[in-house]
Design a protein around this ligand. Sequence first.
Ligand code: GDP
Length: 412
Amino acid sequence: MGFLSRFRRTSRQISDPEQIAGESNENTTPPAVESKGQEWDEKKEEVKISEWESPDTLDMIEKGQDKKLRKLSQRITSSSKVASKSSKITTGKLIPRPSNGLNIDIEHLLNRKSRRRISPTPVFERMMAELETTLLESDMGHSAVDAVLSEMRSKLIGAPLPRKGEIDKIIDAALISALDSLLRVSYWDFNQTVESIIQKEDLAVIMLVGVNGTGKTTTAAKIAHRMIKMGYSVVLGAADTFRAGAIDQLSDHAQKVGARVVKSQRGGDSAAIARDAVDSAKAKGDEIVIIDTAGRMQNKTNLMQELKKVHRVVSPHLVLFVGDALAGNDAVEQARIFQSFLNFDGAVLSKLDTDARGGAALSIAHSTNRPIVLAGIGQDYDDLTDFEPSGFLTDLLSDDIDFSRFRPEDGD
Ligand code: GDP
């Protein structure tokens, strides 16, 4: 049973193209129900701030005591809607990664001679409603689902009606390309970006943020291992001084991967440790500093203030949010809050080797307008790969979709 199995049952019931057909001059505006649905979702999103630490913080936000947090959260909600329309990289330091996409284009599947057009008939709407449910069940957030559905509508509605037997293929192609474009938001290349920072500035400082247990410390070690294998010398800054065991855990990893570690005792000033790590790297000529930070403090506001302080003190070149694929929608909400405070550059999605549903990846990219750039696929140091949207989607959908049907020679 695949990710899309339920939706596929509905779309396969469309055996006759006439079930989704209208005349060529027909008004193909999507029905009112769609925009109504969006309005509802937007309202819901504004008040939905998930809590991962202390229920007190949520109370505080709702009572308006922390106006800044509330405003920032709302601002990111609305700005991500605008920003997601563009996939432009906004900062010059990130090296874009050329699209190595699925290259699935519905154009060559369409029957150009047909005077009939795909139209939002009741059968079409039923299919889209089924797809909406399917995507929501896969842990995608409302706004990401809306983005996918509206992109599909704009591709499909008004397009020439496909031949009998081609409907499935066209619907699949529209869906894959909508999901693919969601993941390619501002997509950049990790290795090339780090290398270009080192070329320009001699030192690349990478700060990892995220909630406790998502895999920050492990990811810090994996990145260090990757960079050491590329010939760089790496310093790990143990700036999570809150969690018992975090410093020892990082020191242990550092020893195993061959990195230096800069640390102090538990409860120390994390910003001072981060600065020491950077100063030490500069003094000894190391090329990369990776700063592991706290993922939990007395409450969320304290955590964010602490992280902002570390950020201010070391001005990292890259901030990476580490999200746990198993956390589903919670990971998406965490990403949104971290993004509103720290404006991270990209995300690492850990634990993709587990049986996590794929929706979190799609939603994090959409709701923060920042791409997933790296993926954790196990507990070993080598278990960190570049996150490749096309590979991810092929894995996610291959139980439902036969990708070989889209090879160019097949469609041409
Ligand atoms: P932190 O609190 O964010 O620093 O999280 P840790 O780095 O301590 O990781 C928490 C747990 O998740 C540890 O048991 C890690 O081994 C595990 N972990 C981290 N990344 C991955 C991954 O990609 N796959 C799997 N299966 N486990 C992971």
